[in-house]
Design a protein around this ligand. Structure first.
Ligand code: ATP
Length: 339
Protein backbone atom coordinates (compact mmCIF):
# COMPACT_ATOMS: atom_id res chain seq x y z
CA UNK A 1 0.00 0.00 0.00
CA UNK A 2 1.26 3.45 -0.95
CA UNK A 3 1.50 5.71 2.08
CA UNK A 4 2.50 8.81 0.17
CA UNK A 5 2.75 9.46 -3.54
CA UNK A 6 3.60 12.38 -5.79
CA UNK A 7 2.63 12.81 -9.42
CA UNK A 8 4.77 15.23 -11.44
CA UNK A 9 5.14 17.38 -8.33
CA UNK A 10 6.81 20.70 -9.17
CA UNK A 11 8.03 23.68 -7.16
CA UNK A 12 9.33 26.71 -9.02
CA UNK A 13 10.95 29.53 -7.03
CA UNK A 14 11.41 32.98 -8.43
CA UNK A 15 14.86 34.51 -7.89
CA UNK A 16 14.44 37.58 -5.75
CA UNK A 17 15.93 41.06 -6.09
CA UNK A 18 15.39 41.58 -9.83
CA UNK A 19 13.52 44.58 -11.09
CA UNK A 20 12.35 42.81 -14.23
CA UNK A 21 12.08 39.06 -13.59
CA UNK A 22 12.53 36.91 -16.70
CA UNK A 23 11.85 33.23 -17.41
CA UNK A 24 15.52 32.55 -16.50
CA UNK A 25 14.85 33.75 -12.95
CA UNK A 26 12.52 30.82 -12.32
CA UNK A 27 14.32 28.07 -10.32
CA UNK A 28 12.59 24.68 -10.70
CA UNK A 29 13.76 23.29 -7.34
CA UNK A 30 11.54 20.23 -7.77
CA UNK A 31 10.68 19.37 -11.36
CA UNK A 32 7.89 16.91 -12.23
CA UNK A 33 8.81 14.40 -9.52
CA UNK A 34 6.73 11.21 -9.38
CA UNK A 35 7.74 9.14 -6.36
CA UNK A 36 6.05 7.05 -3.70
CA UNK A 37 6.81 5.53 -0.32
CA UNK A 38 5.15 2.20 0.46
CA UNK A 39 3.89 1.48 3.95
CA UNK A 40 6.82 0.06 5.95
CA UNK A 41 9.35 1.08 3.31
CA UNK A 42 12.52 3.15 3.70
CA UNK A 43 13.10 5.26 0.61
CA UNK A 44 16.49 6.96 0.35
CA UNK A 45 16.62 10.27 -1.52
CA UNK A 46 20.16 11.15 -2.54
CA UNK A 47 21.77 13.93 -4.54
CA UNK A 48 24.24 16.75 -4.20
CA UNK A 49 23.53 19.95 -2.34
CA UNK A 50 20.96 22.04 -4.17
CA UNK A 51 19.39 19.11 -6.04
CA UNK A 52 15.99 19.79 -4.44
CA UNK A 53 15.75 17.12 -1.71
CA UNK A 54 14.74 19.44 1.13
CA UNK A 55 12.25 21.30 -1.05
CA UNK A 56 10.67 17.96 -1.93
CA UNK A 57 10.43 17.11 1.80
CA UNK A 58 8.83 20.49 2.54
CA UNK A 59 6.28 19.89 -0.21
CA UNK A 60 5.35 16.54 1.35
CA UNK A 61 4.89 18.20 4.74
CA UNK A 62 2.73 20.94 3.26
CA UNK A 63 5.29 23.58 4.27
CA UNK A 64 5.52 24.66 0.62
CA UNK A 65 2.76 24.88 -1.96
CA UNK A 66 3.31 22.95 -5.17
CA UNK A 67 3.43 24.94 -8.39
CA UNK A 68 2.12 21.93 -10.30
CA UNK A 69 1.46 18.23 -9.83
CA UNK A 70 -0.32 16.18 -7.18
CA UNK A 71 0.42 14.92 -3.68
CA UNK A 72 -1.51 11.94 -2.35
CA UNK A 73 -1.48 10.76 1.25
CA UNK A 74 -3.06 7.36 1.94
CA UNK A 75 -4.55 7.52 -1.56
CA UNK A 76 -6.25 10.89 -0.95
CA UNK A 77 -5.32 13.94 -3.02
CA UNK A 78 -4.15 16.54 -0.48
CA UNK A 79 -2.40 18.92 -2.92
CA UNK A 80 -4.79 21.81 -2.50
CA UNK A 81 -5.72 21.28 1.13
CA UNK A 82 -5.60 24.42 3.26
CA UNK A 83 -3.30 24.91 6.26
CA UNK A 84 -5.89 23.81 8.84
CA UNK A 85 -6.89 20.66 7.01
CA UNK A 86 -3.26 19.75 6.36
CA UNK A 87 -2.61 19.70 10.11
CA UNK A 88 -4.61 16.49 10.32
CA UNK A 89 -2.13 14.65 8.10
CA UNK A 90 0.95 16.57 9.22
CA UNK A 91 0.83 14.76 12.56
CA UNK A 92 0.97 11.48 10.62
CA UNK A 93 4.29 12.46 9.02
CA UNK A 94 7.01 14.11 11.02
CA UNK A 95 10.42 15.50 10.27
CA UNK A 96 13.72 14.69 11.96
CA UNK A 97 15.82 17.76 11.33
CA UNK A 98 19.42 18.07 10.10
CA UNK A 99 21.24 19.76 12.92
CA UNK A 100 20.41 19.00 16.53
CA UNK A 101 22.29 21.89 18.10
CA UNK A 102 20.74 24.66 16.09
CA UNK A 103 17.22 23.26 16.19
CA UNK A 104 16.92 23.41 20.01
CA UNK A 105 16.24 26.40 22.23
CA UNK A 106 19.06 26.25 24.83
CA UNK A 107 16.68 27.56 27.50
CA UNK A 108 14.18 24.70 27.09
CA UNK A 109 14.36 21.42 29.01
CA UNK A 110 14.25 18.16 27.06
CA UNK A 111 10.66 17.66 28.26
CA UNK A 112 9.62 20.99 26.79
CA UNK A 113 11.49 20.35 23.54
CA UNK A 114 9.95 16.91 23.01
CA UNK A 115 6.50 18.19 23.99
CA UNK A 116 6.66 21.26 21.74
CA UNK A 117 4.70 19.73 18.82
CA UNK A 118 1.96 18.73 21.29
CA UNK A 119 1.79 22.33 22.57
CA UNK A 120 1.48 23.60 19.00
CA UNK A 121 -1.53 21.37 18.44
CA UNK A 122 -2.93 21.85 21.96
CA UNK A 123 -5.74 19.97 23.61
CA UNK A 124 -3.82 17.38 25.65
CA UNK A 125 -4.11 17.18 29.44
CA UNK A 126 -0.85 17.82 31.35
CA UNK A 127 -0.63 14.32 32.83
CA UNK A 128 -1.21 12.58 29.51
CA UNK A 129 1.21 14.94 27.81
CA UNK A 130 3.97 14.06 30.28
CA UNK A 131 3.27 10.34 29.81
CA UNK A 132 3.52 10.68 26.01
CA UNK A 133 6.80 12.61 26.34
CA UNK A 134 8.35 10.05 28.69
CA UNK A 135 7.21 7.18 26.44
CA UNK A 136 8.81 8.86 23.43
CA UNK A 137 12.05 9.40 25.35
CA UNK A 138 11.99 5.77 26.45
CA UNK A 139 11.56 4.63 22.82
CA UNK A 140 14.79 6.39 21.85
CA UNK A 141 16.70 4.96 24.81
CA UNK A 142 16.61 8.02 27.08
CA UNK A 143 15.19 7.49 30.58
CA UNK A 144 12.92 9.87 32.51
CA UNK A 145 15.98 11.53 34.10
CA UNK A 146 16.75 13.20 30.76
CA UNK A 147 13.44 15.09 30.77
CA UNK A 148 14.80 17.75 33.14
CA UNK A 149 18.09 18.31 31.31
CA UNK A 150 19.03 21.13 28.96
CA UNK A 151 20.55 20.75 25.47
CA UNK A 152 24.06 21.79 26.62
CA UNK A 153 24.04 18.86 29.08
CA UNK A 154 23.62 16.31 26.26
CA UNK A 155 26.03 14.75 23.78
CA UNK A 156 25.48 14.97 20.01
CA UNK A 157 24.03 11.45 19.90
CA UNK A 158 21.67 12.16 22.81
CA UNK A 159 20.50 15.37 21.14
CA UNK A 160 19.68 13.48 17.99
CA UNK A 161 17.71 10.96 20.08
CA UNK A 162 15.75 13.90 21.53
CA UNK A 163 15.12 15.06 17.97
CA UNK A 164 13.70 11.64 17.10
CA UNK A 165 11.63 11.51 20.33
CA UNK A 166 10.11 14.87 19.39
CA UNK A 167 9.10 13.44 16.01
CA UNK A 168 7.49 10.41 17.68
CA UNK A 169 5.04 12.13 20.03
CA UNK A 170 2.21 12.00 17.47
CA UNK A 171 2.85 8.31 16.66
CA UNK A 172 3.50 9.19 12.98
CA UNK A 173 3.38 6.73 10.09
CA UNK A 174 6.11 8.43 8.07
CA UNK A 175 9.34 9.97 9.37
CA UNK A 176 11.19 12.28 7.02
CA UNK A 177 14.82 12.26 8.09
CA UNK A 178 16.75 15.09 6.44
CA UNK A 179 20.49 14.43 6.88
CA UNK A 180 19.88 13.11 10.41
CA UNK A 181 23.56 12.34 10.98
CA UNK A 182 25.29 15.37 9.49
CA UNK A 183 26.67 16.47 12.87
CA UNK A 184 27.60 12.99 14.15
CA UNK A 185 30.76 10.91 13.94
CA UNK A 186 30.85 7.46 12.33
CA UNK A 187 30.17 5.49 15.54
CA UNK A 188 27.19 7.64 16.53
CA UNK A 189 25.79 7.42 13.00
CA UNK A 190 25.71 3.64 13.29
CA UNK A 191 23.98 3.85 16.68
CA UNK A 192 21.28 6.21 15.41
CA UNK A 193 20.80 4.11 12.27
CA UNK A 194 20.33 1.02 14.44
CA UNK A 195 17.82 2.94 16.58
CA UNK A 196 15.85 3.99 13.49
CA UNK A 197 15.85 0.39 12.24
CA UNK A 198 14.52 -0.83 15.62
CA UNK A 199 11.81 1.86 15.68
CA UNK A 200 10.77 0.92 12.16
CA UNK A 201 10.08 -2.66 13.24
CA UNK A 202 8.57 -1.76 16.62
CA UNK A 203 6.27 1.04 15.41
CA UNK A 204 5.72 -0.02 11.79
CA UNK A 205 7.21 3.24 10.53
CA UNK A 206 8.06 4.23 6.97
CA UNK A 207 10.99 6.54 6.26
CA UNK A 208 12.02 9.04 3.65
CA UNK A 209 15.74 9.24 4.33
CA UNK A 210 17.41 12.26 2.72
CA UNK A 211 21.17 12.18 2.55
CA UNK A 212 24.42 12.90 0.72
CA UNK A 213 25.89 9.81 2.39
CA UNK A 214 25.57 6.94 -0.07
CA UNK A 215 27.43 4.55 2.21
CA UNK A 216 24.49 4.47 4.66
CA UNK A 217 21.87 4.06 1.93
CA UNK A 218 22.63 0.46 0.97
CA UNK A 219 22.46 -0.61 4.60
CA UNK A 220 19.44 1.37 5.74
CA UNK A 221 17.13 1.78 2.73
CA UNK A 222 14.94 -0.56 0.75
CA UNK A 223 14.91 1.62 -2.34
CA UNK A 224 16.83 4.67 -3.43
CA UNK A 225 15.87 7.61 -5.64
CA UNK A 226 18.64 9.76 -7.09
CA UNK A 227 17.85 13.43 -7.62
CA UNK A 228 19.70 15.82 -9.90
CA UNK A 229 18.68 19.45 -10.50
CA UNK A 230 15.15 18.87 -9.25
CA UNK A 231 14.52 15.68 -11.21
CA UNK A 232 14.63 12.00 -10.31
CA UNK A 233 17.21 10.42 -12.61
CA UNK A 234 17.23 6.88 -11.21
CA UNK A 235 15.36 4.63 -8.76
CA UNK A 236 16.48 1.12 -7.82
CA UNK A 237 16.72 -1.32 -4.91
CA UNK A 238 19.21 0.20 -2.45
CA UNK A 239 21.10 -3.04 -1.82
CA UNK A 240 22.05 -3.18 -5.53
CA UNK A 241 23.10 0.44 -6.03
CA UNK A 242 26.87 -0.19 -6.14
CA UNK A 243 26.66 -3.04 -8.65
CA UNK A 244 23.70 -2.03 -10.79
CA UNK A 245 23.41 1.77 -10.89
CA UNK A 246 23.06 2.77 -14.54
CA UNK A 247 22.86 6.56 -14.61
CA UNK A 248 26.25 8.28 -15.04
CA UNK A 249 25.28 10.73 -12.27
CA UNK A 250 24.61 7.91 -9.80
CA UNK A 251 27.92 6.30 -10.83
CA UNK A 252 29.69 9.63 -10.28
CA UNK A 253 28.14 9.91 -6.79
CA UNK A 254 29.37 6.38 -6.06
CA UNK A 255 32.84 7.36 -7.28
CA UNK A 256 32.86 10.09 -4.65
CA UNK A 257 32.07 7.72 -1.74
CA UNK A 258 35.07 7.06 0.52
CA UNK A 259 35.96 3.38 0.05
CA UNK A 260 35.74 2.41 3.74
CA UNK A 261 32.54 0.51 2.80
CA UNK A 262 33.66 -2.41 0.57
CA UNK A 263 30.13 -2.92 -0.76
CA UNK A 264 30.45 0.42 -2.50
CA UNK A 265 33.31 -0.31 -4.87
CA UNK A 266 34.33 2.51 -7.17
CA UNK A 267 32.81 2.58 -10.61
CA UNK A 268 34.86 3.33 -13.69
CA UNK A 269 33.40 6.52 -14.99
CA UNK A 270 36.80 8.02 -14.28
CA UNK A 271 35.43 11.49 -13.75
CA UNK A 272 34.78 13.09 -10.40
CA UNK A 273 31.43 14.68 -9.65
CA UNK A 274 31.41 18.31 -10.62
CA UNK A 275 33.93 18.16 -13.44
CA UNK A 276 32.29 19.29 -16.66
CA UNK A 277 32.56 16.80 -19.51
CA UNK A 278 31.90 19.19 -22.35
CA UNK A 279 34.73 21.57 -23.34
CA UNK A 280 33.52 24.75 -21.67
CA UNK A 281 31.16 23.24 -19.14
CA UNK A 282 28.31 24.95 -20.94
CA UNK A 283 24.93 24.43 -19.40
CA UNK A 284 22.27 22.61 -21.35
CA UNK A 285 18.92 24.33 -21.58
CA UNK A 286 17.15 21.46 -23.26
CA UNK A 287 17.87 17.76 -23.28
CA UNK A 288 19.42 15.98 -20.30
CA UNK A 289 20.34 18.22 -17.35
CA UNK A 290 23.40 16.14 -16.56
CA UNK A 291 24.67 16.32 -20.14
CA UNK A 292 27.33 19.00 -19.57
CA UNK A 293 28.93 16.87 -16.81
CA UNK A 294 28.35 13.44 -18.31
CA UNK A 295 31.40 11.41 -19.41
CA UNK A 296 29.25 9.45 -21.87
CA UNK A 297 27.14 12.26 -23.37
CA UNK A 298 25.85 11.71 -26.90
CA UNK A 299 24.43 14.27 -29.39
CA UNK A 300 20.86 13.24 -28.53
CA UNK A 301 21.47 14.17 -24.86
CA UNK A 302 21.77 17.86 -25.76
CA UNK A 303 18.38 18.00 -27.47
CA UNK A 304 16.03 15.37 -26.03
CA UNK A 305 15.16 15.14 -22.35
CA UNK A 306 15.34 11.49 -21.30
CA UNK A 307 12.24 10.12 -19.56
CA UNK A 308 12.46 8.09 -16.35
CA UNK A 309 11.81 4.62 -17.76
CA UNK A 310 11.86 1.05 -16.51
CA UNK A 311 15.18 -0.51 -17.50
CA UNK A 312 15.08 -3.66 -15.37
CA UNK A 313 12.63 -5.05 -12.80
CA UNK A 314 12.23 -2.42 -10.03
CA UNK A 315 14.85 -0.24 -11.73
CA UNK A 316 14.12 3.02 -13.55
CA UNK A 317 16.59 5.46 -15.09
CA UNK A 318 16.37 8.63 -17.16
CA UNK A 319 19.26 8.19 -19.58
CA UNK A 320 19.61 7.81 -23.35
CA UNK A 321 22.54 5.41 -22.90
CA UNK A 322 20.11 2.70 -21.95
CA UNK A 323 17.47 3.33 -24.57
CA UNK A 324 17.60 -0.32 -25.67
CA UNK A 325 18.24 -1.82 -22.26
CA UNK A 326 14.57 -2.54 -21.58
CA UNK A 327 14.45 -4.75 -24.69
CA UNK A 328 17.64 -6.51 -23.62
CA UNK A 329 19.81 -4.87 -26.30
CA UNK A 330 22.59 -2.94 -24.62
CA UNK A 331 23.63 0.06 -26.67
CA UNK A 332 27.22 0.48 -27.84
CA UNK A 333 27.87 3.31 -25.40
CA UNK A 334 26.47 1.26 -22.54
CA UNK A 335 29.15 -1.37 -23.18
CA UNK A 336 31.88 1.28 -23.16
CA UNK A 337 30.75 2.65 -19.81
CA UNK A 338 30.52 -0.79 -18.23
CA UNK A 339 34.07 -1.84 -19.23
N1 ATP B 1 12.94 29.70 -0.62
C1 ATP B 1 13.67 29.60 -1.74
N2 ATP B 1 13.70 30.59 -2.65
C2 ATP B 1 14.42 30.49 -3.80
N3 ATP B 1 15.14 29.40 -4.12
C3 ATP B 1 15.16 28.36 -3.25
C4 ATP B 1 14.44 28.40 -2.02
N4 ATP B 1 14.64 27.22 -1.36
C5 ATP B 1 15.46 26.48 -2.15
N5 ATP B 1 15.78 27.17 -3.28
C6 ATP B 1 16.63 26.70 -4.39
O1 ATP B 1 16.11 25.45 -4.80
C7 ATP B 1 17.17 24.54 -5.12
C8 ATP B 1 17.03 23.28 -4.30
O2 ATP B 1 17.30 23.57 -2.92
P1 ATP B 1 17.15 22.48 -1.77
O3 ATP B 1 17.49 23.13 -0.48
O4 ATP B 1 15.83 21.83 -1.88
O5 ATP B 1 18.29 21.43 -2.16
P2 ATP B 1 18.90 20.23 -1.30
O6 ATP B 1 19.15 19.12 -2.26
O7 ATP B 1 18.00 19.93 -0.16
O8 ATP B 1 20.26 20.82 -0.77
P3 ATP B 1 21.02 20.49 0.63
O9 ATP B 1 21.41 19.05 0.52
O10 ATP B 1 22.18 21.42 0.63
O11 ATP B 1 20.03 20.74 1.73
C9 ATP B 1 18.45 25.30 -4.88
O12 ATP B 1 18.87 25.85 -6.13
C10 ATP B 1 18.06 26.41 -3.93
O13 ATP B 1 18.88 27.53 -4.09
Amino acid sequence: MRLIETERLTKVYQREGRWFPSANDAVPAVDRVSLHVEKGETLGLVGESGSGKSTFARLLLGLETATEGRLLFGGEDVTRWGFKRLRTIRSRMQMVFQNSYSSFDPLFTVERIVGEPLSNYGGMAARKRRRVILESLDMVGLGAAYAERYPHELSGGQLQRVNIARALVFQPELLICDEPFSSLDFKLRRQILTLLEELKIRLGLSYLYITHDLSSVSRFCDRVAVMYKGQIVETLPAARIAEEALHPYTRALLDAVPVQDPRLRRSKTGRPVGEPALPHGESVIQGCRFCSRCPAAMPVCTTVEPALERKRPFHHAACHLYANEAEGKASQTFQIVKE
